[in-house]
Design a protein. Structure first.
Length: 257
């Protein structure tokens, strides 16, 4: 039985569009959501009345409202992954003074759900909520390495954008890379999305041993070499493991991961 309520689904879809693209008007939101302009306006008006979005300016553009902020703050407190990851991100950021973040898989993309910034003047800019394709970067590699086989079949059926000369796009090379990641327990990226960025990522597991996230450190290439990046893997893997234990993970004697 399908319990989906179309109007609720459409309203939540609009809310997510506003969250990811603040400053759009009803015409563009209607176009991106696939909802008629009249219906989009009615749904946005309802969300505005409940304080989840707000209109501003003569052009009537939309941004998140105060109730969306309250939900976000409550989620930050209640979602155990984000809440419990905070101290590990802080520890790693304090030790290395580089960007440390947690990314999760959402469809064919990864999403940053927690982040601790560097204090360097030259640093990698980004924010919680930022998305990127799974086929680029160390976090995406980790999330792919431990993804179900049926998902991988679907994922690798598509054509991939080559962001830099180092971006992996061939399935055979990906197969080799994923085997390597599972064997060593972490992934590295040497300028695969942006030439000037190197990163290393490790898996985070839950109580069922499922990999639910990737913990990563990203550094401008001006401050580290590929060899130096490998040296960060051990403390990063230790932090990811400790976080996994807090989330209920218990490594079995027979586990090879």
């Amino acid at each position: 039985m399908d319990y989906n309520v179309a109007s609720v689904d459409e309203a939540l879809g609009l809310l997510m569009l506003v969250a990811q693209n603040p400053g759009l008007g009803v015409t563009e939101l209607s176009k991106r959501s696939g909802i008629t302009k009249a219906r989009a306006f009615r749904l946005l008006s309802t969300l505005e009345r409940r304080g989840f979005v707000q209109r501003s300016g003569d052009a009537a553009t939309y941004h998140l409202g105060y109730n969306a902020l309250l939900v976000g703050l409550a989620a930050d407190e209640q979602v155990s992954l984000v809440r419990q990851a905070s101290k590990y991100l802080q520890q790693l950021a304090s030790k290395f003074n580089e960007i440390v973040q947690i990314r999760v898989r959402d469809g064919f993309e990864s999403v940053s759900v927690a982040r601790w910034d560097s204090t360097h003047d030259v640093r990698i800019h980004g924010s919680v909520g930022m998305r990127r394709p799974l086929h680029g970067g160390a976090s995406g590699k980790v999330l792919l390495a431990y993804a179900p086989a049926e998902f991988l079949d679907e994922f690798f059926a598509q054509d991939f954008q080559k962001f830099t000369p180092n971006t992996i796009v061939q399935r055979t090379k990906w197969n080799e890379e994923l085997i390597k990641i599972r064997k060593q327990g972490y992934a590295t990226s040497l300028g695969e999305i942006t030439n000037e960025v190197l990163s290393v990522a490790a898996p985070v597991r839950d109580g069922t041993s499922k990999v639910i996230a990737a913990m990563a450190i990203s550094i401008p290439s001006s401050r580290i070499t590929a060899k130096g990046l490998e040296k960060l893997a051990k403390p990063l893997c230790a932090a990811a493991y400790d976080l996994s234990v807090e989330l209920g993970y218990r490594r079995s004697e027979a586990s090879a991961d």
